[in-house]
Design a binder for this molecule. Structure first.
Ligand SMILES: Nc1ncnc2c1ncn2[C@@H]1O[C@H](COP(=O)(O)OP(=O)(O)O)[C@@H](O)[C@H]1O
Ligand SMILES: O=C(OP(=O)(O)O)[C@H](O)COP(=O)(O)O
Length: 398
């Protein structure tokens, strides 16, 4: 890569600022998949072995108001990281101020500190997510001119904790994870072996619906599943009950369906329930329609059979976003069926990315069956679209 990497800078005795993506899935305060922590270890260990004093930044979830902070502290992540590293991870539970600054000043060579969830700064004016200049400058001032960005999963964002810090240091360099992810995914999608199938599911509908237009021009087929599917089905006139939907994206969905000329593949049936949690009835639908009072939480048997047909002979597959609420065993058959349909294709290059998608692949026993499990979902998709990732663009040229 044409950017400086962590190998290009002198770290010994320096306070080194590091952006990682520790946006891990949590259930009742327990980390349900620690892939994003494990994936950052090579860079962290390298910095510590070189005698650097590592100051780590990460976001966790989305925080708009005070109440959203509940359950989004990085405290459990600090504990998990400490266990993996076999050393103390200093954690003050703050994103700025005297206590944090004193803890940083007390760090010795080879020691590590984790700053609290960077998005706690979003409560008062979205300072992190809008890349407030004061915040990037302040966080940069906590170090000594070196910033290591290893947060591939967040590289499609231009936030204070990546782009903002980069703008205020002497050298902003790539960590090993960022470097490896970009190299692998770029190589796979630059001139992909065909048929090339892109798959988009998950629940970040308004966030990710925009990538579909470019995916249609790159891939031979685009499979839409999970929470992403119902906006398209509603746009086609199907009944979607109480399923996840973005009504203000219906026109865009219609436009995309017209442009797609049959390349967009939607579910043929659904597994539905009468509530997201605490449901009393679960059933499969006979077709695309969802009965009143029910929500689609997975795809069902006709769709899974269709996935096997659609993927036959595929040579490159890039997938972000589970096609059902895989965290609940009642709604994981679609995601498992899709994984099976992909990995059985002879010679297929298969990439699955995203915090939850990677968790699905690993937790459901497919870790060794994909060619590449990426820590980034939106980031992988934007790379595939051919977009410049701000987190990468803001690093120092070699
Ligand atoms: N039909 C659905 N309705 C609601 N949520 C869904 C549905 N299908 C999948 N999901 C949810 O989408 C989430 C993952 O979405 P997203 O964050 O976009 O993926 P990733 O983290 O892999 O990028 C999962 O928590 C999953 O439960
Ligand atoms: O989980 C993430 O993205 P992903 O779900 O697309 O993989 C990243 O941590 C970015 O999080 P964001 O989409 O809240 O900015």
């Amino acid at each position: 890569m044409a950017k400086l990497t962590v190998k290009d800078v002198e770290l010994k005795g320096k306070k080194v600022l590091v952006r990682v993506d520790f946006n891990v899935p949590l259930k009742d305060g327990v980390i349900t998949n620690d892939n994003r922590i494990t994936a950052a270890l090579p860079t962290i260990n390298y910095i510590l072995e070189q005698g650097g004093r590592a100051i780590l930044f990460s976001h966790l979830g989305r925080v708009k108001e005070e109440a959203d902070k509940a359950g989004k502290s990085l405290a459990p992540v600090a504990k998990a990281l400490s266990e993996k590293l076999g050393k103390e991870v200093v954690f003050t539970g703050t994103t700025r101020g005297a206590e944090l600054e004193a803890a940083i000043a007390a760090l010795k060579d080879g020691e590590i500190l984790l700053v609290e969830n960077t998005r706690f700064e979003d409560i008062d004016g979205k300072k992190e997510s809008k890349n407030d200049p004061e915040l990037g400058k302040y966080w940069a001032s906590l170090g000594e001119g070196i910033f290591v960005n290893d947060a591939f999963g967040t590289a499609h964002r231009a936030h204070a904790s990546n782009v903002g810090i980069s703008a205020n240091v002497d050298k902003a360099v790539a960590g090993f994870l960022l470097e490896n992810e970009i190299a692998y995914i770029q190589e796979a999608v630059e001139a992909p072996e065909r048929p090339f199938v892109a798959i988009l599911g998950g629940s970040k509908v308004s966030d990710k619906i925009g990538v579909i237009e470019n995916l249609l021009s790159k891939a031979d087929k685009v499979i839409i599943g999970g929470g992403m599917a119902y906006t398209f089905l509603k746009a086609q006139g199907y009944e979607i009950g109480t399923s996840l939907v973005e009504d203000d994206k219906l026109d865009l969905a219609k436009e995309l369906l017209e442009k797609a000329a049959g390349k967009l593949i939607l579910p043929l049936d659904h597994k539905v329930a009468n509530a997201f949690a605490g449901y009393t009835e679960v059933k499969e639908t006979a077709d695309q329609n969802i009965p009143e009072g029910f929500m689609g939480l997975d795809v069902a048997s006709k769709t899974i059979a269709d996935y096997n047909t659609q993927l036959e002979g595929a040579k490159t597959v890039v997938w972000n976003g589970p096609v059902g609420v895989f965290e609940n065993p009642d709604f994981q058959a679609g995601t498992v069926g899709l994984m099976e349909a992909i990995v059985k294709q002879p010679g297929v290059k298969s990439i699955i990315g995203g915090g939850d998608s990677a968790a699905a692949a690993i937790n459901l026993g497919y870790a060794d069956k994909f060619s590449w499990i990426s820590t980034g979902g939106g980031a992988s998709m934007e790379l595939l679209e051919g977009k410049v990732l701000p987190g990468l663009a803001s690093l120092t040229e070699k």
